[in-house]
Design a protein around this ligand. Structure first.
Ligand SMILES: Nc1ncnc2c1ncn2[C@@H]1O[C@H](COP(=O)(O)OP(=O)(O)OP(=O)(O)O)[C@@H](O)[C@H]1O
Ligand SMILES: [Mg+2]
Length: 273
């Protein structure tokens, strides 16, 4: 299954003096089993893009095709969206009930809901026997973030979109969230991550989409984007120094760059390489 956007534009408050063009003529394809990073300055349309893909914001023009029929309703059942700071949305009394909310609404049998919730909590590193009966607000910040992601995993959708999943996290929790996302990709889910954390993009995404003022400036292999100084300069982004070093080396000696990239914990392989 894939999701395809063709010439998608979004204007908020269309026809009003306050109208804002958030997306302009976006073409984009997401496929299962691939992780794509979306980067770009504040206000460039990243969140709007995720909301359109999730069927939560309707394009002002253009088309989205996805399974089964490309309608907003079918997108909503194919895509799980983890909003920025999702832990702000806990509202049930226990972690288990909170994660069960979505599957319950899908009308699943109680036993199926329990299985889904247990599996999602386990994948998020929150063993249900230890965390299920806890009050969501009693969790640590990192546990809250992972619990909120588990609530979306429990929906069992083929596509997972995450808006700034590591924003505000300490390094250890950031690591756990990165591992969690990597595992979801490995199980065949299609994943798109909006992030200002270029190291996270390099680590997880084989493809990177660069946005600026509502348009896609580039949609290429992550290594090729990271090593394009002119492109990154246009949007005011700079790769972490170890990636900049690997990029410089790649021009001289790609094999050595790959080796050193691995040693530095900054691998920048081309997809399929
Ligand atoms: N609900 C809304 N109503 C009106 N304008 C909006 C709305 N949501 C977003 N916008 C505008 O659309 C543009 C794109 O916003 P969006 O939130 O998609 O950007 P972003 O790339 O996610 O930014 P950030 O990195 O700050 O999260 C901005 O100019 C923003 O002000
Ligand atoms: Mg945003």
């Amino acid at each position: 299954m894939k999701i395809e956007l063709s010439s998608v534009s979004v204007t908020y408050e269309e026809g009003m003096p306050s109208a804002t063009r958030a997306l302009s003529g976006v073409d984009l394809t997401l496929v299962e089993g691939e992780c794509v990073a979306v980067v770009g300055p504040a206000g460039s349309g990243k969140t709007t893009l995720l909301e359109v893909i999730a069927g939560l914001t309707r394009p002002s023009s253009g088309r989205i095709a996805g399974s089964p029929d490309g309608s907003a309703a079918s997108l909503r059942t194919s895509v799980g969206l983890v909003h920025q700071f999702p832990e702000a949305q806990f509202f049930e009394e226990t972690v288990f009930e909170d994660v069960a909310f979505g599957p319950n609404r899908q009308g699943l049998e109680p036993a199926e809901v329990r299985d889904r919730v247990s599996a999602a909590l386990t994948r998020a590193g929150l063993p249900p026997e230890e965390f299920g009966e806890r009050a969501p607000l009693s969790l640590s910040a990192g546990e809250k973030r992972r619990g909120a992601i588990a609530a979306i995993l429990a929906l069992g959708r083929p596509f997972l979109l995450l808006d700034e999943p590591t924003a505000g996290l300490d390094p250890a929790t950031r690591r756990r969230v990165a591992d969690l996302i990597e595992n979801e990709v490995a199980t065949g889910r299609g994943v798109a991550i909006v992030t200002h954390d270029l190291a996270l993009a390099a680590e997880l995404a084989s493809r990177t989409i660069v946005m600026s003022e509502g348009s896609i400036l580039a949609d290429r292999g992550t290594a090729s984007v990271f090593c394009d100084d002119a492109l990154l300069g246009r949007i005011g982004l700079e790769p972490p120094p170890r990636y900049a070093l690997v990029c410089r080396l790649r021009r001289e000696n790609p094999a050595m760059a790959e080796e050193i990239g691995r040693l530095l914990g900054a691998p920048l392989a081309e997809p399929g390489a």
